[in-house]
Design a protein around this ligand. Structure first.
Ligand SMILES: NC(=O)C1=CN([C@@H]2O[C@H](COP(=O)(O)OP(=O)(O)OC[C@H]3O[C@@H](n4cnc5c(N)ncnc54)[C@H](OP(=O)(O)O)[C@@H]3O)[C@@H](O)[C@H]2O)[C@@H](O)CC1
Ligand SMILES: [K+]
Length: 503
């Protein structure tokens, strides 16, 4: 699914009106109908509802929805905020339609004293501002936002919580944004929904299809996309009858150190559970028996050091390399990594302390092999790319870094973002908070190495791996719950995740 900016959505909206064709008031009626259907499903018993309405078409949606809820036996009170001297044309029409219905309490409010008391069992509909918000909320509208946020009522935001910008909130006043429990967004999620600091405003979000014109949706260009099962499934390469293990490549995994051999085991197992033909795990000497016993399918290359990574084997036979899980960042490891980055000609997955080493030695950024894949969490990202005060700015830095160095930069977290060398950025919907656990990243690294070794291009390998990793985590969480979930469980559910993806 594409993620468009609010400006682009307004253009798609206008295209729909002109080319479906449909009048804007009818499109609003269709949108409000979808809102109403969804609210009736979520709250089937009629309840008391307070609708706060602003001057634009978001307010118009609120007015149309108020009428529909009243027709469905809800007790509805409508508060039209006197923010501007006039309402939008469609909001005006819907205000008249509401008045014709007759049985709705309708108030115009223009001061803090006029704001009603909001009861805990009220349903609040936030229709103050939508995609047309052009600046932070101030003045009396801010008092209304504060009153909504201070209440214990359930809050449903139409399209986007009032006060939240669709994309860039770096200059916004975070105290002037409605905290919704549910956001019902038209046709597309907004980019801002995917950033952690906005979760408190957006709550659970749901996209309602309102039939915007498919041509405009298809033709529009945006760097942002949400991954879906079908999209990922279509990227998979079929396995053929006469294929042999050589067909699926030989990967080199450099991982483990004293006290962190578990990382090597997890990454190796994940790699082998994701279709790699041959895997060599390069580990410090002390890990030999551990790895041979725990992962008999892997071949082992032994470092001269007992406890850390200080050298690597001849690279000529490998289709891809991964470095980082559990390696530590001692001086000798740094030296070996410099040599590796200078010599290696195949894509490299760079994870954990391998990222930190590059962060501490920025000159290494000039030697990043093209098509490499970085897998930082936020802290590692900051060491590698730099700090930022909010997620939107971080996303801009992420995309810029990926383009500048021709690499894939995966920022791990809820809605893991994959920035690609061509400027595109994919967000991943699979995964759950149970996966925020030790070793989860090692598993992801192993899967990416596996896919690169099989010949998937970096961008595709990153996309499939991230989606699959989250899917395995979701399947595991269904059985063991999020608290008990371990990285080993993610590997255990990789077979089911592959089967589910290919279904
Ligand atoms: N896309 C679709 O397909 C469909 C979209 N639909 C709906 O339309 C919504 C977008 O409508 P919209 O463009 O009228 O914008 P909306 O946010 O209601 O208000 C803009 C008004 O507020 C004003 N204003 C802005 N900021 C302000 C501030 N801080 N403080 C004070 N005033 C401020 C601004 O004035 P100005 O910035 O010009 O000063 C303008 O007057 C969208 O979210 C969805 O709900 C559906 O109906 C059907 C299909
Ligand atoms: K809103």
């Amino acid at each position: 699914m594409k993620i468009y900016s609010t400006k682009q959505i307004a253009a798609i909206d206008a295209f729909t009106i002109e080319n479906e064709p449909i009048s804007s008031i009818d499109l609003m009626e269709r949108a409000a109908g979808e809102l109403c259907k969804c609210i009736l499903e979520k709250f089937p018993e009629p309840i008391s509802c307070k609708v706060f309405v602003g001057p634009g078409n978001n307010g118009g949606d609120g007015l149309a929805l108020a009428r529909m809820l009243a027709e469905n036996k809800y007790t509805v009170e409508v508060y039209v905020l006197q923010i501007s001297s006039h309402l939008s044309a469609d909001a005006t029409t819907n205000l008249q339609r509401l008045k014709l219905l007759g049985n709705i309490a309708l108030f115009e409010i223009d001061a803090a004293e006029a704001i009603p008391w909001i009861f805990p069992d009220d349903l609040v509909i936030d229709a103050i501002f939508g995609a047309g918000l052009s600046r932070p909320i101030a003045g009396f509208a801010l008092d209304v936002v504060n009153a909504i946020n201070a209440s214990e009522a359930t809050v449903v935001a139409i399209d986007i919580p009032s006060g939240l910008m669709g994309e860039d909130n770096s200059q916004n006043n975070r105290k002037g944004i409605v905290k919704a429990d549910i956001t019902l967004s038209f046709q597309f999620p907004k980019l801002a929904f995917l950033f952690p600091e906005n979760e408190a405003f957006v709550g659970d979000w749901k996209v309602l299809s309102i039939g915007l014109h498919p041509d405009a949706i298809e033709k529009g260009k945006t760097p942002f996309k949400m991954l879906s099962r079908d999209f990922v499934k279509n990227l998979l390469m079929p396995r053929k009858k006469f294929d042999h293990k050589g067909t699926y490549g030989h990967g080199l995994l450099i991982s483990g150190s004293y006290g962190k051999m578990g990382a090597a085991i997890l990454a190796s197992r994940a790699s082998l559970r994701s279709g790699i033909g041959l895997l060599t795990s390069h580990i410090p000497r002390l890990g030999y028996q551990i790895l041979q016993t725990a992962v008999p399918e892997a071949m082992v290359s032994i470092d001269r050091s007992d406890i850390i990574f200080t050298e690597y084997p001849d690279l000529s036979q490998y289709k891809a390399v991964a470095i980082g899980p559990g390696i530590d960042k001692k001086q000798n490891s740094f030296r070996a990594m410099v040599d590796l980055l200078k010599e290696v000609k195949v894509p490299v997955v760079i994870d954990a302390d391998a990222i930190n080493i590059i962060g501490e030695h920025p000159e290494l950024k000039e030697h990043l092999p093209m098509g490499s894949v970085f897998t930082p969490h936020v802290k590692e990202f900051e060491r590698l790319v730099g700090e930022s005060k909010d997620s939107y700015t971080r996303n801009c830095m992420q995309r810029e870094f990926a383009q500048k160095h021709s690499i894939c930069l995966i920022l791990k977290g809820a809605y893991t973002a994959i920035a690609c060398p061509n400027g595109n950025c994919y967000f991943n919907p699979t995964g759950n908070p149970g996966m925020a656990t030790a070793g989860s990243g090692d598993v992801l690294t192993g899967i990416i190495l596996s896919l690169l070794s099989q010949g998937y291009p970096s961008r595709i390998a990153a996309i499939i791996a991230v989606y699959l990793h989250g899917l395995a985590g979701d399947l595991a969480a269904e059985e063991v719950g999020v608290e008990a979930l371990t990285a080993g469980d993610i590997i255990s559910y990789l077979p089911k995740a592959w089967l589910s993806l290919k279904k």
